[in-house]
Write a protein that binds this ligand. Structure first.
Ligand SMILES: CC(=O)SCCNC(=O)CCNC(=O)[C@H](O)C(C)(C)COP(=O)(O)OP(=O)(O)OC[C@H]1O[C@@H](n2cnc3c(N)ncnc32)[C@H](O)[C@@H]1OP(=O)(O)O
Ligand SMILES: O=C([O-])CC(=O)C(=O)O
Length: 378
């Protein structure tokens, strides 16, 4: 069936069914398995949400314990991969490094090409566990610091912060980071999830699907926006300059990073949760002007652009939370990947159970039935 109506950017195109994530963009609602994101953030953990999406149901206590143990048992990565990361050129963006490292990791996995349901599940568990180790190793290497081996007595969030800094985080830091991960785990058919599915739909392997997804998340219109927000905050500098900066940018019809969304035409519910944490940390620690600048930008955006359905998205406040945890802005997008790996794997696994190769079409607008012109006659 072919139609000549073009859905630019595939907006509103339905290509599959899913039981994982529901979004009502007009009301600002996000649910995983029907449970609102606010409840996941308040009551759950990255580990539990990852299990829930991979199995399309909540785990019982013993199932969650087994899943957690499997993640912990899979945290280590091959020494060859650590050596490769250490040999990456200095100054490459961590998302470039992550893309290459994930692809390389596949070379050491004897089961990498297993695309059975069980094979994809086992690979998902490994990838979720090892993403954390890879990203921390990239960060340590770029800082000129020795890579820190994972610990099996810490949560996924706590272990990541430990491998990143070499210091065991406080319970509060680990929990705050865990909530940030929970908020980023999945979001329906976003560009990187769609990319992962498109790759997997050819019956390609998990490493290929996830490597493609990392490349897609990297762009500033998608996951890369969290770093771009921090660039903007650094450029603004102090809160007294924020309103004029944003007003001038909007007058020049430039896009503001961290606002606008293909699906949300109202506040992204995740941005509300992150705003509250950013406010809490700013008040408690008095660390930076970032929160005050973001509040001002949000006010101007809502005044000027809410009639167009433009509001802050998940990337707007997340960087402030990471920054208060001492994380550098180049690692904001890898941290997005650290969370979204679970959503990518769950969506790939769900789609491939009922697979059909993804192959949309384009309306051809070029010449037809033209004669070949010899090179010397052109
Ligand atoms: C995790 C995530 O991926 S969340 C998104 C992260 N990305 C960003 O924060 C980057 C900034 N935002 C954007 O570029 C866009 O809003 C996107 C890419 C997220 C969504 O894009 P689309 O759905 O294609 O919206 P589109 O770009 O067509 O914008 C619709 C209108 O809103 C305006 N608009 C959209 N986003 C913004 C923005 N960030 N700042 C100012 N105006 C905006 C557009 O100029 C356009 O106005 P017009 O109708 O007068 O021309
Ligand atoms: O859904 C989208 O288009 C972007 C995304 O990944 C998110 O908001 O988490």
């Amino acid at each position: 069936m072919t139609t000549t109506t073009i859905a630019k950017g595939l907006e509103g195109v339905l290509f599959t069914e899913t039981k994982l994530t529901f979004i009502d963009g007009t009301a600002g609602v996000l649910e995983h398995l029907g449970i609102p994101i606010q409840q996941w953030a308040e009551k759950s953990t990255f580990e539990e949400l990852s299990f829930a999406l991979l199995h399309a149901r909540l785990p019982k206590a013993d199932e969650l314990a087994q899943f957690d143990a499997a993640l912990k048992a899979n945290r280590a990565v091959p020494a060859e991969l650590v050596s490769l990361i250490e040999a990456f050129p200095k100054g490459v963006h961590p998302m470039q490094a992550l893309r290459t490292a994930v692809s390389h990791l596949g070379l050491f996995d004897a089961d990498a090409e297993n695309i059975t349901e069980e094979g994809r599940y086992a690979l998902s568990v490994r990838l979720i566990a090892q993403f954390s180790t890879i990203i921390a190793a990239i960060a340590r290497t770029q800082e000129g610091q020795p890579v820190v081996a994972p610990r099996a007595d810490l949560t996924h969030a706590g272990n990541f912060l430990y491998m990143l800094t070499g210091k065991e985080p406080t319970e509060e830091q680990a929990r705050l980071f865990d909530i940030a991960l929970v908020l980023h785990v999945d979001h329906g058919m976003n560009a990187s999830t769609f990319t992962a599915i498109a790759t997997a739909s050819t019956l390609s392997d998990m490493y290929s699907a996830i490597t493609s997804a990392v490349g897609s998340l990297k762009g500033p219109l998608h996951g890369g926006a969290n770093e771009a927000v921090m660039d903007m905050l650094d450029e603004i500098g102090t809160v007294d300059k924020a309103e004029a900066y944003i007003t001038e940018k909007l007058d020049r019809k430039e896009k503001i990073m961290g606002v606008g969304h293909r699906v949300y035409k109202y506040f992204d519910p995740r941005s509300r949760v992150l705003r509250d944490y950013a406010a809490h940390v700013a008040e408690k620690e008095g660390k930076s002007d970032y929160y005050a600048i973001l509040e001002t930008i949000e006010r101007v955006i809502v005044e000027r652009l809410s009639s167009k359905g433009i509001y802050p998205n998940v990337d707007f406040y997340s960087g402030t939370v990471y920054s208060d945890l001492g994380i550098k802005k180049e690692f904001f997008t890898p941290i997005f990947a650290l969370a979204r790996i679970s959503g990518w794997c769950a969506s790939v696994n769900e789609y491939t159970l009922n697979n059909r190769i993804l192959r949309p079409d384009a309306v051809y607008t070029g010449a037809r039935e033209a004669a070949y012109v010899e090179i010397q006659d052109r």
